[in-house]
Every structure is written in structure tokens, then in C-alpha cells.
Design a binder for this molecule. Structure first.
Ligand SMILES: C[S@@+](CC[C@H](N)C(=O)[O-])C[C@H]1O[C@@H](n2cnc3c(N)ncnc32)[C@H](O)[C@@H]1O
Length: 231
């Protein structure tokens, strides 16, 4: 995967090494099923040196996000960066069209990501459609592969049953062996994490749920150190 066209200010010829260190950063945050990109835009100023990617199945929606980011980059090109030595705002976010259920491990190496977001995933209510859900034993093992020990998977939904489903498929019997790889993050930690506030308020779906007075169910999982599996 050549990331330089997505983050030219950070990676490749134009970047010339961020902070003069000569090393290109890697993508560390993935928003899976990013929709219209509100989360990325909300997170961009919070972590101006971290590269973040939205991954979205629908091509027109992805194109919308890419155009929105291009416009934000252009509007802010004369702005002072919030951290000196970093590129101007919004250079650290981008989006790609892909089916993460099929291709996630093609984009990231082992332990690359520090945060994955699963915000308001499609609920697929019918039993026979559950296999299309974005959390499952197999997918959670893939998330575990690409996430660093200590890294976090953030989930939020307005469907209580789906939230319980996601939790069970990370840390319950439904997760199979992958349950050894995750632990649930405490409410205290969630209250102190600015990413939780942003994901609860800035995604397009979260705004819709707020408008309609709906509930939001949040479960965050931490990637544990890989245990010594028996041979
Ligand atoms: C209900 S929307 C939520 C969008 C956004 N996360 C938000 O909170 O506003 C779910 C999104 O996930 C995308 N999606 C569903 N399955 C996907 C997959 N396998 N790979 C990538 N995106 C997917 C859909 O196209 C849709 O845009």
C-alpha cells in the first residue's frame, strides 16, 4: 500500500520527513465504515501528528469524504499548524474505498494501529444477516492482528442488542480464542478519553441519534499482550 498520495504532506517527496526527522509516520487510526467522515474531521486537530484513515464501502460516499478533506486542506493551507513543525491542518486524515470485511489485513501490518473505530455500524437485525455484522470472532481476530498491544477498538451504536453482540464477540465465549486478546476499558477511562466524546458527537449518525433523542451504547476494548499460545 502506497500511502504517499493520501498524505503528501507527511509521506513521500513533498514531505521531506516530518519534523526534519526523515522518517515517514504510518497510519495509526482506522475509522471502519467511516460514512461521511465526521469522526475524522473531529479527530484531526486532536491528534495532528497522527495519520488517520476512513475506510468506506460506498464509492460515492468515499468520494464525498475525499473531496471534503481536500476542501478543508485547501481552506486551511495558510493556517499555523497547532503543533510547530507539523503540516497545516487536515493533512493527517484521508479516506479509501474498500470492503474491510474482506481486505483489512491487506492495508496494515501486524500491530500497526493504535485505534480502530466502529461507529454506528449497520445493525443487520435479522438472524440470517448477522454474518454481515462488522464484529465477529473472525473479524475481531483480524482487528487483534493489526492493533498494537495497548491499542483500542472503540464501538458505539444506538442499538443495545448490537452493542452487547459486539462486546460478546470481543470478550465473551462468542469470540473464541480471540477473547484472550481483549479486555474491556472501564467507564472511568472512557469518561477521561476525548475520543469518546468526539465519536459520540461528531459522526453523522451520532448527530442523527442526538436529534432523535436516542440512546448511545459505548463499548471500548483494549488489545492485551498476546499470551503465550500453547504449541
Ligand atoms: C450506519 S453507517 C455509519 C457511518 C459513520 N460511521 C457514522 O457514524 O456516521 C455504516 C457505514 O459502514 C459502511 N460499511 C458497511 N460495511 C462495510 C465494509 N464491509 N467495509 C467498509 N465500510 C462498510 C457503510 O457503507 C456505511 O457508510
Amino acid at each position: 500500500m502506497d500511502w504517499s498520495s493520501l498524505y503528501p504532506a507527511f509521506i513521500g517527496k513533498e514531505a521531506n520527513g516530518v519534523n526534519g526527522k526523515g522518517m515517514s509516520p504510518e497510519v495509526e487510526v482506522a475509522d471502519i465504515g467511516c460514512g461521511f467522515g465526521g469522526l475524522l474531521v473531529g479527530l484531526a486537530p486532536l491528534m495532528p501528528q497522527t495519520l488517520m484513515v476512513g475506510m468506506e464501502l460506498r464509492s460515492q460516499v468515499t468520494e464525498f469524504v475525499i473531496n471534503k478533506i481536500a476542501a478543508l486542506r485547501s481552506q486551511n493551507r495558510d493556517q499555523q499548524p497547532s503543533v510547530s513543525g507539523t503540516p497545516t491542518p487536515y493533512q493527517n486524515i484521508s479516506a479509501i474505498r474498500t470492503n474491510t470485511m474482506k481486505f483489512l489485513p491487506n492495508y496494515f501490518h501486524k500491530a500497526q494501529l493504535s485505534k480502530i473505530f466502529l461507529c454506528f455500524p449497520d445493525p443487520h437485525f435479522k438472524q440470517r444477516k448477522h454474518k454481515a455484522r462488522i464484529a465477529s470472532a473472525q473479524l475481531n481476530a483480524e482487528y487483534a492482528f493489526v492493533t498494537k498491544p495497548g491499542g483500542l477498538v472503540y464501538t458505539i451504536t444506538d442499538v443495545e442488542e448490537l452493542s452487547q453482540w459486539m462486546a460478546k464477540h470481543f470478550v465473551g465465549e462468542e469470540a473464541g480464542d480471540a477473547k484472550e486478546l481483549w479486555e474491556r476499558v472501564s467507564q472511568e477511562e472512557l469518561d477521561a478519553d476525548p475520543c469518546v466524546k468526539i465519536m459520540s458527537e461528531e459522526t453523522e449518525e451520532s448527530k442523527k441519534v442526538t436529534r432523535n433523542g436516542g440512546n448511545k451504547y459505548i463499548v471500548v476494548l483494549r488489545r492485551k499482550q498476546t499470551p503465550d499460545w500453547p504449541e
